[in-house]
Design a protein around this ligand. Structure first.
Ligand code: IMP
Ligand code: MG
Length: 179
C-alpha cells in the first residue's frame, strides 16, 4: 500500500457543520412548510453524509432519492463534461424537489442536473449545497442554500473524497500536498 503524499489540514469542524446543518434544515422546512412531500435528491457520492444529517433535521414529510453523475476521476480538476451514471428511481413531475450537493465548484455538475430535472416539470426545484467555491465558477449557477463559502482549496471529509479516500472524516479538511 502506498502512503498518500498529502496531509489534511482542518477547515470546518464537525461541531460547526452540525450547527449549520440545523439552521439550513430550519430554513428549508420553513420554505417548504406547505408541501405534501419533499423529494430530497442526493447527488452521489459526495453528498451521502450531508443528506443523511440534513433529512433528519427536516420537519417535513420527505422522500429520499439519489442521482449519480460522473465525477473528477482520481484528479483534482473538473472534467467539465457531465454524464448521468445513475438516474432517479422516482418521478418528480409536479413534485417539490430539493437537490442536495456536496460542493458547487465550476458549476457544470449542478447546471446539468438542474436542466435535466427542470425538463421533468417539478412543481418547485431548489438546491442546497454544503460548500460553495464561488471563485471557481465557470457557469452562472447557484444553490438556493449554501452551508459554507470556501476559498479555492481541494477539500475532503464529511462524505467528500480525494481519489475515493477520506469520505469518513467527521469534519472538513483541506488537502496539502507534501514531498
Ligand atoms: P463542478 O461540476 O466543477 O461544480 O464540480 C462539482 C463536483 O466536483 C462536486 O460535486 C464534487 O463532487 C467535486 N468537487 C469539487 N470540488 C471538490 C473538492 O474540493 N474536493 C472533492 N471533490 C470536489
Ligand atoms: Mg459531487
Amino acid at each position: 500500500m502506498t502512503t498518500p503524499n498529502y496531509v489534511i489540514d482542518p477547515l470546518i469542524s464537525a461541531k460547526s457543520i452540525a450547527a449549520r446543518v440545523e439552521s439550513l434544515a430550519d430554513e428549508i422546512s420553513d420554505h417548504f412548510k406547505d408541501t405534501e412531500k419533499l423529494i430530497v435528491v442526493g447527488l452521489l457520492r459526495g453528498s451521502f453524509v450531508f443528506i443523511a444529517d440534513l433529512v433528519r433535521e427536516l420537519d417535513l414529510p420527505v422522500e429520499v432519492d439519489f442521482l449519480e453523475t460522473s465525477s473528477y476521476g482520481d484528479g483534482t480538476e473538473s472534467s467539465r463534461e457531465v454524464r448521468i451514471l445513475k438516474d432517479l428511481r422516482g418521478e418528480i413531475e409536479g413534485r417539490d424537489v430539493l437537490v442536495v450537493e456536496d460542493i458547487v465548484d465550476t458549476g457544470h455538475t449542478l447546471n446539468h442536473v438542474i436542466h435535466l430535472l427542470e425538463s421533468r416539470n417539478p412543481k418547485r426545484l431548489k438546491v442546497c449545497a454544503l460548500l460553495d467555491k464561488p471563485s471557481r465558477r465557470e457557469v452562472d449557477v447557484n444553490a438556493t442554500w449554501i452551508g459554507f463559502e470556501i476559498p479555492d482549496e481541494f477539500v475532503v471529509g464529511y462524505g467528500i473524497d480525494y481519489a475515493q479516500r477520506n469520505r469518513n472524516l467527521d469534519h472538513i479538511g483541506k488537502v496539502r500536498f507534501v514531498k
